[in-house]
Ligand binder design. Sequence first.
Ligand code: BG6
Length: 473
Amino acid sequence: MQKFKEGFLWGGALAANQSEGAYLKNGKGQSIIDILPVGVERKRGLKEPNYVMEQTFDYYPSHQSIDFYHHYKEDIHLLAELGIKCLRTSISWPRIFPNGDETQPNEAGLAFYDAVFDECLKYNIQLLVTINHFDTPLNLAQKYGGWQNKQLILFYRRYCKVLFERYHKKVRYWITFNEINMILRNPFLAGGIVKSGNKVDKETIFQAAHHQLLASAEATKLAKELDSNIQIGCMLAAGSVYPYTCNPKDVQAALERSREQYFFIDVQVNGCYPYFAHRYFEEHGIQLTISKEETALLAEHTVDFVAFSYYTSRLETVDSELRKNLIEGNAMASIRNPYLKDAGWGRQIDPLGFRITINEIYQRYQRPLFVVENGLGVEDTFDEGAIHDPYRIAYFRSHIEQMAEAVKDGVDLIGYTTWGCIDLISAGTGEMKKRYGFVYVDLDNEGHGSRKRYKKDSFAWYQKVIATNAAVL
Ligand code: BG6
């Protein structure tokens, strides 16, 4: 039985806002990420955007980050040595449209991505590009309130048109929004939503998500009209939801939680809101404004593939005592699973959950799948230039084994890009010490360090995995 098909896209993933730095360089505008500090203040800022908008902090990690902007040649060279077939990265929206609402793009920003993509293509590294990875231009949040405002569809459409026309010959795979369901947990990060008093009600979130769904459909339409070779994907922050016990009430609770997770992906794949949406909206006091034209747009322009991130599974119960034992990752909070090991930062390690999740998504959609984030965020020890990370190898080995099982189950999988293949800034905490990479970057949580790159032990291991199409794990 074959594990991974010929041409399987082994790779790594980065995001502009967590790696580029070069804040305001060559005409770049501010994004919502650029006003987020590090640590507890960042956590507060994600919940209370008005608080970070009114404050000045000593350190903003995105401003310099790992400075991929000036290191991209060296970094891509390292990734080529690693042997990756595909780099997932994102385009910084405010590098192209500094305020988001201009009519003309910033040529210097476009030229930077030309250079990055050309460098990848030089080594036969394919590109998978996320159009909006948490970095909505700050101006769109401040002036328009973010995605709750319908005008953002127009700005996003304009931005996509520029990207597709410029890069369609260089980039085949695109993702319209990073982890679209993240808006439910983090309306500011994922939707740039700003409200006075910071209280964001469910109706606002679902209306904003509706606008993103329309924008995604518009982007799909544009792309296909320009070049039928372009492949458009949606993206889910995934992780199957297990019932805590076999009490049917727990099973129902898990089902409902899982539905929330899939809500928007159901629209992007099936072209309409799921059958349970009507009741959900009614019970949560949500009234969306959806026109006939919008319904038709969603129906006509569905995605080609489903991309998703997987870090861990989730657990649900109706038991209020157990519900107090929550662990909080960046994407979701969950009850601690006693069968799983803790990995720190609110995550537990569940490789079998990866196989379960892949199958669950495939069963639901029957579209090609792309794992675009997976990995272990952990502190590494720098030992005179060496970084011994057997824990990372063990994590990836167990997850790739389970991914192989899913492929044997019959799932059509396009590729696998590990998160933060080069260490980068954490989206959730802004920390640098939460490292995911095969490449270590000399930088600490306060921004001190040479930014020099070092290969970790896991580098040679993943290199072999790719070279053998995972025959050697
Ligand atoms: C995903 C995001 O939610 O998780 C990434 O798409 C993020 O941007 C990743 O970095 C890991 O989370 P964190 O908080 O450890 O950076």
